[in-house]
Every structure is written in structure tokens, then in C-alpha cells.
Write a protein that binds this ligand. Structure first.
Ligand code: GLC
Length: 430
């Protein structure tokens, strides 16, 4: 694939910057992590009670889509199947699917329609792992890893039959739901007692995907070096932009949780602060990346109050500040972020955005000649009110030894009442 082609495939994505991850499956019922089967070594038989009682009667995907849109998100990625193997759609290749539970319906179709009609792009997460499939061999992270009897049955299992199933399911997902914008495979763990490209037959899988949907973006977890359209740092923020061999910033997307778990976790109290989450979004964009923020809906099909609170917090800020997010990326190197600030930059419009995390007294002091050469006009983003760029008076400036290269934006003593104030700096066109 030529890099030009790859660029056109990803340009909507880097423009959007902010998406919603949704982890939803049977694990929302035990409500203690989507890896509950692995952690507690639960067998298929013991896990079956969830399948038999799954009935998300309050599920309203239109409401989910509205919340995502109001939060400022431009796309979503849904777990069509997670490691537990349960499918949200009406797959013809298995009965381990939503339509065979008490809810009796395909949960994916209405979700895709609802998000699309709110204008969001559609991403499918598909787990390469499958702890339910009879031919998926027991390995080091399988729930039955310490069960000798189950391990013993590996000789009768044929991973090729699973590979065929995996390919068949991906074919369904790419054939029956219209245009899919992202395919998010998770994940490979090659090596001893693990699984990787040979088990998934990643090469042919990729060929099929490209043939069925040439424009779909694929993540980097197929264990096939160079095949991914984007990098996927997870549960940590890269300290600097991710760059390729030429020094160019790669397409990347951090995926993060509100609380630590991806699936709904009733008794988890390590929820992140709202400000911290918002700063994570700004941090991603300031390094040229995206944020995929996760929600784990409940077993009855709702976003719980804690998740809604955070989504709406994002929305409140995005309502007035999305200009510093959409279409923005890392600032040119000659612009250094002032202390306590993060910069984003719209290269098409040549506008710099200073996100002020720590409010200083009266002035934001920015180091570097570029500010002197390029700044034309500055205003607060939330209310469009002018920011004085006449410069600090000589007496104050005389107290700074390096005053000649310190550019100053005069700000009100009192921090504006928004979660993270932003100064929009129009640069002289080059
Ligand atoms: C990790 C988690 C998995 C989750 C994924 C999302 O691999 O273990 O449960 O789906 O991250 O990136």
C-alpha cells in the first residue's frame, strides 16, 4: 500500500482526535473486569449462567450515540467480541451470540445505525483470542491454563478450525454492516505457549480485510510488522510524539479507561478525576495523537452515572474548545510550551492553542523568538475575548535576566471558570 493511500485512509482520523471505546459483553454481569474468566479461571460451564441471563432491557443505542456526540467524540469502537468469545451480532457461525440469550436480538446493528446517524464513524474491535471456542487451544493466558484435563484436550483441538472461524467472523463484520472505518484487532502474544500471526494467519486475514474494505483502518496488533495504520499505546501516555524512522509523527491513538477496567466494574473506586481525563485528551493532541476513551456499559445496557458524569464534563469543555482539538496536532518545534501549559496547533489555519493547566499570575511567559516573529492576535477560546500582547512593562521585565526572548501574554488575575482555559493565538501567515 502506498503511503499516499495510507494517508488518505487516516486523514479523517487524525482530524477527529477523539473517539469512544465501548467494552460490552457478558462480563458486564459479573461486573468485575472483562478478564474475569482469566483472573478467576472460570470454565465455560461456570460462565454459562451469564449467557443464560443476559438481558440488557434498558439498552438504547441512540442514547449512547447522543452522549458520545455531545462529549465531542467523532467515532466509536465497539467490542463485537471480546476474549470471552461472546458475539454481539447475529453471527451465522456460532450460537454464542446475543440473539441466543434472553435478549433475543442482534445488539450490534442498531448500535451501528444509531452512531452513524449521529454522524460518528464506526469502528469494530474484534478479539483474536477466544476462550469459548472449542478449537482454541489452551495457552498461558487461557482461563483453563492450570487445568490438566483441559490442557490434555489440546491434542484434539485444531487451531486451524478456529482460524477459519475467526476469518469467517471478520468477513461477516465487514460484509453485513456497511462501511466500517476502523478494525481494531486485539491482540497477539507470540512465543512459548502464546499465539501470534501463524495462529491467526494474519497475512491472509489482512488480505481479506483489504479486499472487503480497502479504506478501513487497521490497528497494529496482528503481529505483522508494518501492517498497522496506527499505533495503540494503552493505559499509558507516550512521553513524546511517536515518530517513524524519518522523524515524522506516526498516526497513533492512546486508549484509556475511566477507572482501570474496560468492562463495567461495579466495585471499582479508582475512577480518574475529570480534569485529569480532559488533560489526557489535550496531552494526546499536543503529541499528534488521538484519544479513545472507554466506557463499560452495565448489564442492563446503560452508561452508569460515573461514566455519564465524565462524558458530560468532556462535552461541556468541548462545546467551546473543540477548535483546539479537531484538526490539531503537535506545535512546530520552534514554539515551546510555557510552564504549566500544553500546546496544540492547527497547521492549516496556522493557529496555536495554549492550554493553561496551571494558572500563573498576570502573564504567560513564552520562551523563544518564534513568538515575537509570528504572533498576530490572541484571544481566549471560551469567550473570544482579547488577550493583550503588548508585552510586559519594562520595569517588570527588567527582573528577568533573559527577558529579550520572553514573550508575554497578559491574562486576567482570576482564572476563567472553565476546566482548562485556552488561549487561541493567530499567527502571521508564512
Ligand atoms: C487490553 C485489555 C483488554 C482490552 C484492551 C483494549 O488488551 O486486556 O481487555 O480490550 O486492552 O486495548
Amino acid at each position: 500500500m502506498s503511503s499516499k493511500k495510507a494517508l488518505s485512509r487516516t486523514s479523517w482520523f487524525t482530524e477527529s482526535r477523539f473517539g469512544l471505546f465501548i467494552h460490552w459483553g457478558l462480563y458486564s454481569m459479573p461486573a468485575r473486569h472483562e478478564w474475569v474468566r482469566n483472573k478467576e479461571k472460570i470454565s465455560n460451564e461456570e460462565y454459562q449462567k451469564y449467557f443464560e441471563h443476559f438481558n440488557p432491557d434498558l439498552y438504547d443505542p441512540k442514547e449512547w450515540a447522543r452522549e458520545a456526540k455531545n462529549a465531542g467524540m467523532k467515532y466509536f469502537v465497539i467490542t463485537t467480541k471480546h476474549h470471552e468469545g461472546f458475539c454481539l451480532w447475529d453471527s451465522k457461525l456460532t450460537d454464542y451470540k446475543a440473539p441466543c440469550t434472553p435478549c433475543r436480538r442482534d445488539l450490534l446493528k442498531p448500535m451501528v445505525e444509531a452512531f452513524r446517524s449521529e454522524g460518528l464513524k464506526v469502528g469494530f474491535y474484534y478479539s483474536l483470542l477466544d476462550w469459548h471456542h472449542p478449537h482454541y487451544t489452551v495457552d498461558k493466558i487461557h482461563p483453563m491454563r492450570d487445568n490438566e484435563e483441559e490442557r490434555g484436550k489440546n491434542s484434539k483441538r485444531d487451531i486451524r478450525k478456529y482460524t477459519k472461524y475467526l476469518h469467517g467472523q471478520v468477513r461477516e463484520l465487514l460484509s453485513n454492516f456497511g462501511k466500517i472505518d476502523i478494525l481494531w484487532f486485539d491482540f497477539s502474544y507470540p512465543g512459548e505457549d502464546g499465539k501470534g500471526r501463524d495462529d491467526w494467519d494474519s497475512e491472509n486475514l489482512l488480505k481479506m480485510v483489504r479486499k472487503l474494505q480497502p479504506d478501513v483502518m487497521i490497528d497494529n496488533r496482528l503481529d505483522l510488522p508494518g501492517s498497522g495504520d496506527f499505533e495503540t499505546p494503552e493505559q499509558f501516555q507516550p512521553p513524546a510524539p511517536l515518530r517513524d524512522g524519518n522523524g515524522d509523527i506516526k498516526v497513533w491513538e492512546a486508549c484509556q479507561t475511566f477507572s482501570g477496567s474496560w468492562g463495567y466494574y461495579r466495585d471499582e473506586y479508582s475512577w480518574r478525576e475529570r480534569d485529569e481525563l480532559l488533560c489526557t485528551l489535550i496531552d494526546c493532541v499536543s503529541k499528534g495523537g488521538n484519544l479513545l476513551m472507554n466506557v463499560g456499559p452495565t448489564a442492563r445496557g446503560e452508561f452508569d452515572a460515573r461514566a455519564l458524569d465524565r462524558l458530560r464534563f468532556f462535552g461541556e469543555w468541548m462545546k467551546r474548545h473543540s477548535r483546539s482539538i479537531y484538526g490539531c496536532g503537535a506545535a512546530p518545534a520552534e514554539f515551546k510550551a510555557p510552564p504549566g501549559c500544553m500546546l496544540t496547533y492547527n497547521s492549516e489555519k496556522e493557529i496555536l492553542y495554549i492550554h493553561v493547566q496551571r494558572w500563573p499570575y498576570k502573564f504567560i511567559l513564552a520562551e523563544g523568538q518564534a513568538y515575537f516573529d509570528r504572533v498576530e492576535y490572541a484571544q481566549f477560546l471560551h469567550d473570544g475575548s482579547e488577550i493583550d500582547i503588548k508585552g510586559v512593562d519594562a520595569w517588570h521585565m527588567s527582573q528577568f535576566p533573559d527577558s529579550k526572548t520572553l514573550y508575554s501574554f497578559a491574562i486576567p488575575q482570576k482564572r476563567p471558570d472553565v476546566a482548562v482555559p485556552v488561549i487561541e493565538v493567530f499567527l502571521k501567515k508564512q
